[in-house]
Design a protein around this ligand. Structure first.
Ligand code: SF4
Length: 214
């Protein structure tokens, strides 16, 4: 999905823009619709959501991480055969991502984002994964742009919570339920039963953790 032109009218594109980068690596996308596809991941620093079960807490403080120029990031990605670049975090929408995504697309790369949706949307995206968090709710205006809704299930009450957001995304948005990793042995059977009874949903597993890639 491309973000509407309204987001592109006032762009100030600058290839010298810098962003705090926690890590970047070429791997397989482990989750959701694009699971199993090769993708270059760029994890940006900074998060104000504060999930108790967060597995990348080191990313929360943007100031701890080096600032890299967009121009240099693109050169790094172009050293690999990657066709997809996934911008993740942290909460990547704490940064304005117009310059990064437009330059990535100019370089022939597909731009994907993984976001809680809790900050204003910026950037030009080929795929938006919106993963709502209870700790800071997504902004209502972001939900319509989700290509997939990915709800991390931590306990039984999360199914009802997931349905609340499924009712707010567009009709062609894909719906995924993903067990929280540390509780996967308990939660995965619950998701299997739920998906069998509620067929609009699909199970998403973090396969990168099963196959031991980043
Ligand atoms: S939004 Fe992501 S990075 Fe931020 S606390 Fe939650 S899981 Fe961690």
């Amino acid at each position: 999905m491309k973000i509407k032109e309204m987001f592109l009218n006032k762009l100030d594109i600058n290839i010298n823009t810098t962003l705090p980068v926690v890590e970047h690596f070429y791997t397989l996308q482990g989750e959701g619709f694009h699971q199993g596809k090769a993708a270059y991941f760029i994890r940006l620093g900074g998060c104000d959501v504060g999930c108790v079960w967060c597995d990348v807490k080191d990313s929360w403080d943007a100031g701890k991480h080096p600032l890299l120029k967009i121009e240099d990031l693109i050169l790094i990605v172009k050293e690999t055969p990657a066709k997809i670049v996934v911008i993740t975090g942290g909460e990547p929408l704490l940064h304005n991502l117009d310059s990064l995504t437009i330059e990535l697309q100019k370089a022939g790369l597909k731009t994907h984002i993984e976001t809680s949706g809790s900050s204003p949307l910026s950037g030009r995206w080929d795929w938006i994964t919106l993963s709502p968090k209870k700790f800071k709710a997504p902004l209502a205006q972001n939900l319509q742009y989700a290509s997939e809704l990915k709800v991390v299930v931590f306990n039984k009450s999360d199914f009802e919570w997931a349905e609340k957001y499924a009712a707010l995304v567009s009709t062609n948005c894909r719906l995924y339920l993903q067990p929280e990793w540390d509780k996967a042995s308990i939660i995965t059977p619950m998701i299997i039963d739920y998906v069998k009874a509620n067929t609009k949903w699909q199970l998403s597993l973090q396969i990168h953790k099963y196959i031991n890639v980043p």
